[in-house]
Design a protein around this ligand. Structure first.
Ligand SMILES: [Zn+2]
Length: 149
């Protein structure tokens, strides 16, 4: 059965921030409205967070701690919205979800990076899912390099 995550591992490899034993953290290349927005994908195919094992949960906790520390230090994020939604997988029948978590760093103040001003006008409220910013390739690469180094 097709899986949007298993089938696109090679395509997104270039946006990898780091990997752990059980997870791969990628920068979202198509949307940086919230600077540092990423996606943590479980390496194995599994469709429900209730089926994660303890080792995978522990590993996810380490990933979260590591990523939050990096983004606080590099860009000054104040808060992180981690979400596991998987709604898109259920737009088709049969649904074939694959566990992943979105992360949107949230910023109390404006951040200027690579000549771009990032402003989180919704800070203190739910993120705006309609707000998108697909950065030019050079800006995307600068964001990725800043996070990785
Ligand atoms: Zn999968």
């Amino acid at each position: 059965m097709r899986c949007d995550i298993c089938d696109t591992i090679d395509i997104y490899k270039k946006y990898e921030i780091f990997e752990t034993d059980h997870w791969v953290l990628l920068l979202r290349n198509d949307d940086q409205a919230y600077l540092g927005r990423g996606i943590a994908r479980l390496k194995r195919h599994c469709g429900d967070i209730a089926e994660l094992n303890e080792s995978e949960w522990r590993d996810l906790l380490q990933l979260i701690k590591r990523y939050e520390a990096i983004i606080r230090k590099k860009f000054g994020a104040s808060l992180f919205n981690w979400t596991c939604l998987m709604n898109d997988a259920f737009k088709v029948t049969p649904a074939n979800p694959h566990v992943h978590f979105h992360v949107r760093p949230r910023y109390k103040g404006k951040v200027e990076f690579a000549g771009v001003i990032f402003e989180d006008k919704e800070f203190g409220h739910h993120y705006d899912n309609k707000k998108k910013f697909e950065p030019p390739q050079d800006v995307l690469e600068k964001i990725l390099m800043a996070i990785k180094n």
